[in-house]
Design a protein around this ligand. Structure first.
Ligand code: ADE
Ligand code: ZN
Length: 324
């Protein structure tokens, strides 16, 4: 089994249907509009977000979040992952009744529990949500910058790309950058290559969430390769959301062949019937990637990780030891 590393997974989106059902029973909520036959129900990005927001709202206490992070990172480790960055969302926590600090501390506690059991190293990327608005994104950036949690390593923006402009987020990212946080932003998933170009122009991230629709513009693909910007690719998510029709149409191999730094990620695994392990299996099956190529994807992810140099060296040594 190849060693794996994940850079792009929304922690609320990692809650499996059976866990969400248990949470709903705890809080007296009916899951039937959103979960049927053990599977999340949605038909487009908007209805996906509705199911996601409903489920996120069922995680309300510190222990709920600690258990969620522990579950997810432990399952990742069992699938061969040695490193995990998860997106956190203070907005979702606040809506569910928990302060951003209590939420972050609880997720951190869950990550440490998983590390104690399995050795998996975890970090958090605080995110703002585009469709909630610029003000809340800046609030999230300020929180990320001042929270001081040792596992908070980055700042990002997710949510509905069809709303807002990259220019709107410049100030939030300046706050995060000033605080020494790693920078990533979702672009080129639901909207075309232009949002990826705008992200590079205005936000200057070292990584882009998805970014796959850069493939629509060869000059932009060249720029991504030349600048060494890392793409957090999530093929299973893209096919589920119909960004591309099939894995045969997915640009992962073309981006890689063009010299772009690409990684494999699960995004919101149970919503898209995937897992990090399945993403590596997809790459093996549909993108003709052998063990060596998959190990190089893991290496790219660790090199791009928002983690201190010493931990990065330890992770790379683990990877090199396994692939030697
Ligand atoms: N939030 C959770 N999943 C997302 C996705 N795939 N794209 C944008 N925002 C998200
Ligand atoms: Zn995402």
């Amino acid at each position: 089994m190849p060693l794996k590393a994940e850079l792009h997974c929304h922690i609320e989106g990692a809650a499996a249907p059976d866990l969400v059902i248990r949470q709903a029973q705890k809080y007296g909520k009916d899951t039937s509009p959103y979960i049927q036959n053990g599977s999340f129900v949605w038909h487009d990005f908007t209805s996906f977000l509705a199911a996601y927001d409903f489920s996120a709202d069922l995680f309300r206490t510190e222990e709920d979040y600690a258990r969620l992070a522990d579950h997810y990172l432990t399952s990742l480790a069992r699938d061969g992952a040695i490193y995990s960055e998860v997106f956190t969302s203070p907005d979702h926590a606040t809506k569910a009744g928990l302060s951003p600090k209590a939420y972050t501390d609880a997720l951190g506690e869950g990550m440490l529990r998983a590390k104690a059991k399995t050795g998996i190293e975890g970090r958090m990327i605080v995110t703002g949500v585009r469709h909630v608005g610029v003000e809340s994104i800046e609030r999230a950036a300020r929180f990320a910058a001042r929270c001081g949690h040792p596992l908070v390593a980055g700042f990002g923006v997710a949510g509905d790309e069809r709303m807002g402009d990259m220019e709107d987020y410049v100030r939030a990212f300046e706050i995060a950058r000033e605080a020494g946080l790693g920078i990533t932003i979702h672009a080129g998933e639901l909207t075309g290559w232009e949002t990826v170009a705008a992200a590079l122009d205005h936000i200057r991230p070292s990584r882009i969430g998805h970014g796959v629709r850069a493939i629509e513009n060869p000059d932009l693909v060249r720029r991504i390769a030349d600048e060494g910007v890392v793409l957090e690719c999530c093929p299973g998510s893209n096919i589920a959301l119909k960004v591309f029709d099939s894995f045969a149409d997915h640009p992962f191999p073309a981006l890689r062949a063009a010299g772009c730094k690409v990684t494999l990620n699960s995004d919101d695994p149970p919503y898209f019937w995937t897992s990090l392990k399945r993403e590596y299996d997809i790459a093996a099956q549909h993108f003709a990637m052998n063990e060596k190529a998959l190990a190089s994807v893991t290496r790219t992810a660790i090199e791009a990780a928002f983690v201190d140099r010493k931990t990065k060296a330890t992770l790379l040594a683990r990877l090199n030891g396994a692939t030697r």
